[in-house]
Design a protein around this ligand. Structure first.
Ligand code: FA5
Ligand code: MG
Length: 441
C-alpha cells in the first residue's frame, strides 16, 4: 500500500473527484489521499470477488425483489443540503463540523452516510422498500473497526395508510411481521419501544399501536439478517477447521437506544466481537416531517443504515478494517463471488507503538482529536493500526493541558524497519507542531 501524500487544496482552486472538478474555498479539507480512495476502481462494493461486494449481495438477498429495489450510488459528492439539512440536523450538530466531515467546499461534502439519499428515494419510490449501497467518508478515530472511507447500505420500508381501511394500519403491518421468518437466537432488548424522554414516539403522527408494529417489523427483519450472517460466519469458520470459534459461545447480540435527527424512536445493534461491543447499524422509525417533505404524506415506515465492513468482518473473520483496501494478492485471492469463507491471515507482522506528547497552547481556540487522527493518517496511511489517547493532565500552576497519544505502527504486508518508523514518527511530530496549535514535549 502506498503512503498517503499529505496535500490540501489551495484556496481559489479546484479539486477533481470522479472526473468532475469542484471549486474549493476556505471550507475545503479533502486530502488527496481520500480522493485517491474515492476514485479507486473497481469500487469495492461493485467488485464481485471482493468481500464488501459479496456482503452487499448477501444483504440484498434478504431485502430483495419484489418488496425492495436494490440501488447503488457511485458518486460520493453530495450537497450539504442533502447530507444534513433535509434530514433535520441542527445547525450546530457536530457531524457538520470540518473536524468530522470532508468538505469539498462550503456547500458540498463527501457524503458521511447513505441517508443523504433518503429523501430523493422516498420521493421516487415505486416499491414498498429499497436498499442503497455506497461509499461514505468521515474524519474519524483510527482503530481496527474505523476507517475514513467505508461502505454503508441504507434500507427503508414504508406502508401507505391509504391502502388499508381507516384504523387498520397497525393490523396490516402486523400481518407483514408474521410473514417474516422467525428465529431462535436470543437478542437482548431491555428497553421499551419508546420512551417519553429518551426515545420518543412521534405522537403527533403515529399511534402507539402503529409504532409498535413498525418497530416489530424493523427489529424482526434486522434480526433475521444477523441470524443469517451469524450462521454463514459459523459455517465458514467450521469449514476452515477453526474449532475454537465453531465451538465457542453463540454470538451475543443486543439492541440499544440511539438518537438520529431523522428517526424516532431510534436504535442500534451491537454484537460482542474480539472482546468488545461492536456497533453494526443504526435504525429507527422515519421522522414524519421527512416523509411529508418527500411526497410520502400518507406513509409510515422504518429505515436503517448498516456498516458493510462491520458485517464483512464478522462474515469472513477479517480482523482489521484496513485489509479491505489491500491490493495484496494474498488478501484478494482468498475471496470469490457468492462464497463466504474464513480469512486466512497471511502473517501478523510486528507492531511498533510510539508515543507523542504535547501541550495544547490555546485550549480556547479549540482542539480536536480528529485533527490529530487526520495528520497521523496523512503521514502514515495504512501503516497506522491504532491511535489512542493514553495520558492527559493539566499543569497545576500554568493550567496548560498536556496530551499523550500512542500511535501503533504496523504493516499488514511486511515488517517495517526501525528507520522507516522513526522517520514516519518524526514527520508526524513535525506536522502536529506545524499544523496544530500545540507544543511538543
Ligand atoms: C448513520 O450513519 C445513520 N445514517 C444510520 C441510519 C440510517 C439511522 C437510517 C437511522 C435510519 P452511524 O453513524 O451510527 O449512523 O453509522 C452507521 C454504521 O456505519 C455504524 O453502525 C457502523 O457499522 C458504521 N460505521 C460508522 N463509522 C464507521 C467508520 N469510521 N468505519 C467503518 N464503519 C463505520
Ligand atoms: Mg452509530
Amino acid at each position: 500500500m502506498e503512503l498517503f501524500k499529505s496535500y490540501r487544496a489551495p484556496k481559489d482552486s479546484k479539486v477533481t473527484i470522479g472526473g468532475t472538478a469542484y471549486p474549493t474555498d476556505e471550507w475545503t479539507n479533502v486530502p488527496s489521499s481520500i480522493i485517491g480512495l474515492a476514485d479507486r476502481k473497481p469500487r469495492l462494493y461493485l467488485d464481485s470477488n471482493h468481500p464488501i461486494c459479496i456482503t452487499r449481495k448477501l444483504i440484498e438477498g434478504q431485502f430483495g425483489a419484489p418488496e425492495y429495489k436494490n440501488h447503488q450510488i457511485p458518486n460520493p459528492v453530495v450537497s450539504v443540503h442533502d447530507n444534513f439539512d433535509v434530514l433535520g440536523f441542527p445547525p450546530d450538530h457536530v457531524g457538520r463540523s470540518r473536524t468530522d466531515t470532508y468538505y469539498v467546499n462550503k456547500d458540498t461534502v463527501l457524503r458521511t452516510h447513505t441517508s443523504a439519499h433518503q429523501a430523493q428515494h422516498f420521493r421516487e419510490m415505486d416499491s414498498d422498500g429499497y436498499t442503497l449501497s455506497a461509499d461514505v467518508y468521515r474524519r474519524d478515530a483510527i482503530d481496527r473497526s474505523h476507517y475514513p472511507v467505508f461502505h454503508q447500505m441504507e434500507g427503508a420500508r414504508l406502508w401507505d395508510r391509504n391502502s388499508v381501511p381507516q384504523g387498520k394500519l397497525a393490523e396490516a403491518i402486523w400481518k407483514d411481521v408474521e410473514a417474516l421468518p422467525k428465529h431462535d437466537i436470543k437478542v437482548e432488548d431491555p428497553n421499551p419501544t419508546f420512551h417519553p424522554e429518551r426515545n420518543p414516539l412521534q405522537s403527533e403522527f403515529h399511534s402507539p399501536e402503529e409504532a409498535e408494529a413498525v418497530a416489530a417489523h424493523l427489529k424482526r427483519s434486522l434480526e433475521g439478517l444477523i441470524v443469517q450472517v451469524m450462521s454463514k460466519a459459523r459455517q465458514a469458520s467450521i469449514e476452515a477447521g477453526d474449532q475454537a470459534s465453531s465451538d465457542s459461545q453463540p454470538l451475543q447480540v443486543r439492541w440499544i437506544e440511539a438518537y438520529f435527527p431523522f428517526t424516532s424512536p431510534s436504535w442500534e445493534i451491537e454484537v460482542f466481537w474480539q472482546g468488545d461491543w461492536l456497533e453494526l447499524l443504526g435504525c429507527g422509525i422515519v421522522k414524519q416531517d421527512l416523509l411529508n417533505n418527500s411526497s410520502c404524506t400518507s406513509k409510515i415506515g422504518w429505515a436503517w443504515g448498516i456498516g458493510l465492513e462491520r458485517i464483512a468482518m464478522l462474515l469472513f473473520g477479517i480482523p482489521d478494517i484496513r485489509l479491505f483496501w489491500s491490493q495484496d494478492p494474498r488478501f484478494l485471492s482468498q475471496f470469490h463471488h457468492s462464497r463466504i469463507n474464513h480469512f486466512r491471515p497471511f502473517s501478523k507482522y510486528p507492531a511498533c507503538p510510539k508515543d507523542v506528547a504535547f501541550w495544547v497552547k490555546h485550549p480556547a481556540k479549540g482542539f480536536h482529536e480528529n485533527d490529530v487522527m487526520e495528520i497521523v493518517r496523512d503521514v502514515g496511511g495504512d501503516l497506522i493500526e491504532d491511535v489512542k489517547l493514553v495520558d492527559e493532565f493539566t499543569h497545576p500552576k500554568t493550567g496548560r493541558r498536556s496530551l499523550c497519544y500512542r500511535i501503533v505502527y504496523r504493516s499488514l504486508e511486511r515488517t517495517l524497519t526501525n528507520m522507516e518508523i522513526n522517520e514516519l514518527h518524526e514527520r508526524v511530530r513535525e506536522k502536529l507542531e506545524g499544523e496544530m496549535d500545540v507544543e511538543l514535549r
